[in-house]
Design a protein around this ligand. Structure first.
Ligand code: COA
Ligand code: AMP
Length: 635
């Protein structure tokens, strides 16, 4: 059974949310402290701390300087691809953020305005985020692996007053030119006049000066007037982060200022056990929620030191990269994705490179982004000799729904489980009819409303889509889109998505948006993209296309074109590399493609042919393509 301090915190958070979260709010500096926690006036759209006023960047920076810790490292930039390191103290980072806020303000950015940030993993990305927050503006960071069309969709939806970018990103195999991509995206979005600020980096072909009117980061910083933090309502938006849904159009998850600051500071202490002066390294990207919460905001709000790493787990230069960073910066807590550990293990199965580095500072390894498979769990736990903590969350929730709270009485780890629900997450496992299932039975994981502070407040500009996407399926609950079960002791096991969202190398992608791209090809009548199991990346996207009548194209040439199309329209990050031409797709009588059954067959799992299938022969004929080694037959 779970231990007392966790149990006490969890129970109190549900029985007395106001008391629990008002007490948690004392960790944050407010210009006007809140007297109320949850705000139900717009239920089912809940808010937090309706009478609170604060500034998130002040909480992340200035207050630590004012507390006398200005000389402490706030951020360590470690670039494995550039072979460089640079440390920023709290005083220096505060100054840079204040000046960049001045740059943005001079370009017309004010409270509530949007700033789109399309940047590689360089310190200026974090500075731009914090600068927007300082002005009470709303940032929207777009991951650098997305193509111009995806960037354009986000620019169109967020309608930014300014765009911040850099010359490009460095991938092990190539340099990714950002400036032509930004120009194309602005044109596609019809937003050509938007001011663009460019951090120039050496080694890229396109220069800022190739684009009329684009501004240079360094020049602007040199003449900037620092801007003071602007107080905003706790309920005002801090950022929009677009994430994949089941359709082609991404969902703009909205995060508020107050609930976010409170929730993250609670998690830093109680989940991660990280406080002032500790070093946290989250090996993710600022383009993902993990990067927002635990590269930028969480560690800085806690007064810790954050490591911003530009590089990969392998190939920059080898599978010892993570161990080197831990040793170089005396990292206390590392947070990464299981796929990164699998990549290291594949390259160095015995962790032979590990003893070459001093990793003795490391206390805990946290993982998220996808399920931590037990093989990887045991490998990492044995190699590192520290607790390996899986925790489960989503872009929408902003922090862990389930975790093993290392700052409370840590619970025994059960490999395969992200442990137990965190305070405020009233978790149930329900069947299709909404009835709670028994322990051990898999079902939909739902969370009772209101969700705790720091979770999404709505989807940008579209309350109706928020309600219809998440709140309608099960009354009074938020639908996570994940399925799983609870064991007798209350540990949660998350098994996978119930929708068409897939997870490739820790990146969340929509098969629906890939189908939309493939469907544009003149030879394609219809298609299905499914996520099939992959030993390194967790899942990979696999496409099955039916040709239009009379079309005769060689399969390999068509595959090459479709792969190039997905790369062009969605981006390299989709990692779409497999296409097969099939005679027909299996469907229900109402025309719904049986993607789940296709995936189960491809993965070699047991499957049951739905009774509503239109033509069972279609599925039988597909089995050999889905699972070349399959002998056929339903399990
Ligand atoms: N900008 C531009 N392109 C990018 C990119 C970025 N920021 N990130 C990835 N890509 C490209 C890669 O270069 C690659 O392109 P290619 O097809 O030309 O080789 C493609 O997208 C696929 O990349 P990726 O999925 O990263 O595969 P990989 O084989 O290069 O690396 C891993 C595999 C496991 C090492 C890597 O995916 C990884 O480190 N994953 C962890 C991800 C993570 O931390 N996610 C956050 C969740 S917490
Ligand atoms: P993202 O929004 O990109 O963080 O992706 C969220 C999705 O990733 C979740 O809905 C899960 O499907 C999956 N996920 C994230 N963390 C875990 C985990 N620890 N265990 C299982 N699945 C996870």
């Amino acid at each position: 059974m779970v231990t007392n301090s966790y149990r006490a915190a969890y129970d109190r958070s549900l029985a007395d949310p106001d008391g629990f979260w008002l007490e948690a709010a004392e960790r944050v500096s407010w210009s006007q402290a809140p007297h109320q926690a949850v705000d139900s006036t717009r239920a089912p759209l809940y808010g937090w701390y309706p009478d609170g006023v604060l500034n998130t960047a002040f909480n992340a920076l200035d207050r630590h300087v004012l507390a006398g810790r200005g000389d402490q490292d706030a951020l360590i930039y470690d670039s494995a691809v550039m072979g460089s390191q640079r440390r920023y103290s709290y005083a220096e980072l505060t100054d840079l953020v204040a000046r960049f806020a001045g740059v943005l303000r001079a370009r017309g950015v004010g409270k509530g305005d949007r700033v789109v940030i399309y940047m590689p993993m360089i310190p200026e990305a974090a500075i731009a985020m914090l600068a927007a927050a300082r002005l009470g503006a709303v940032h929207s960071v777009v991951f650098g692996g997305f193509a111009p069309k995806e960037l354009a969709a986000r620019i169109k939806d967020a309608s930014p007053v300014a765009v911040v970018t850099a010359s490009g990103g460095i991938e092990p195999s190539r340099r990714v030119e950002y400036l032509p991509a930004v120009a194309e995206a602005l044109a596609l979005a019809g937003a050509e006049g938007t001011p663009v600020l460019v951090k120039e980096r050496d080694g890229f072909d396109a220069r800022r000066t190739d684009f009329a009117g684009w501004l240079d980061w360094d020049d602007e910083m040199a003449r900037a007037e620092p801007a003071a933090p602007v107080g905003v309502a706790a309920t005002d938006p801090l950022y929009i982060l677009y994430t994949s849904g089941t359709t082609g159009s991404p969902k703009g998850v909205v995060r508020d200022n107050g609930g976010h600051a409170v929730a993250l500071s609670w998690t830093m202490e109680n989940i991660y056990g990280v406080g002032p002066g500790d070093v946290m390294w989250t090996a993710s990207d600022v383009g993902w929620v993990v990067g927002h919460s635990y590269i930028v905001y969480g560690p800085l709000i806690a007064g810790a030191t954050t490591v911003l790493y530009e590089g990969k787990p392998v190939g920059t230069p080898d599978a010892g990269a993570f161990w080197r960073v831990i040793g170089d910066h005396k990292v206390d807590v590392l947070f990464t994705a299981p796929t990164a550990l699998r990549a290291i293990r594949k390259a160095d199965p015995d962790a032979a490179l590990l003893p070459g580095y001093d990793t003795s500072s490391l206390k805990t390894l946290f993982v998220a982004g996808e399920r931590l498979d037990t093989d990887t769990y045991y490998w990492a736990a044995e190699a590192l000799g520290v607790p390996v903590v899986d925790h489960w969350w989503q872009t929408e929730t902003g922090w862990a729904i389930c975790a093993n709270p290392r700052g409370l009485d840590a619970l025994p780890i059960k490999p395969g489980s992200p442990t137990v629900p965190m305070p405020g997450f009233n978790l149930s496992i329900v069947d299709a009819g909404g009835e709670v299932v028994e322990a051990g039975v898999e079902g939909n994981i739902v969370l009772g409303l209101p969700l705790p502070p720091g979770t999404l407040t709505t989807l940008w500009g579209d309350d109706d889509r928020y309600v219809s996407s998440y709140l309608l399926a099960f009354e009074g609950c938020y639908t996570t889109g994940d399925s799983g079960y609870r064991d007798e002791a209350g540990y949660v096991f998350v098994m996978g998505r119930t929708d068409d969202v897939i997870n490739v190398a820790g990146h969340r992608l929509s098969t629906g948006s890939m189908e939309q791209v493939i469907g544009q090809h003149p030879a394609v009548a219809e298609c299905a993209v499914i996520g099939v199991a992959d030993p390194l990346k967790g899942q990979r996207a696999s496409g099955y296309v039916v040709l239009k009548a009379g079309v005769d194209v060689p399969e390999d040439a068509l595959a090459r074109e479709l792969i190039a199309l997905v790369r062009r329209d969605i981006g390299a990050v989709a990692d779409f590399k497999h296409v097969a031409v099939v005679e027909a797709l299996p469907k229900t009588r109402s025309g719904k493609i049986l993607r789940k059954t296709m995936r189960q067959i491809a993965d070699g799992d047991d499957y049951v042919v739905p009774s509503t299938i239109e033509d069972a022969d279609v599925l039988d004929r597909l089995i050999g393509t889905l699972r070349p080694a399959a002998a056929g037959g339903a399990g």
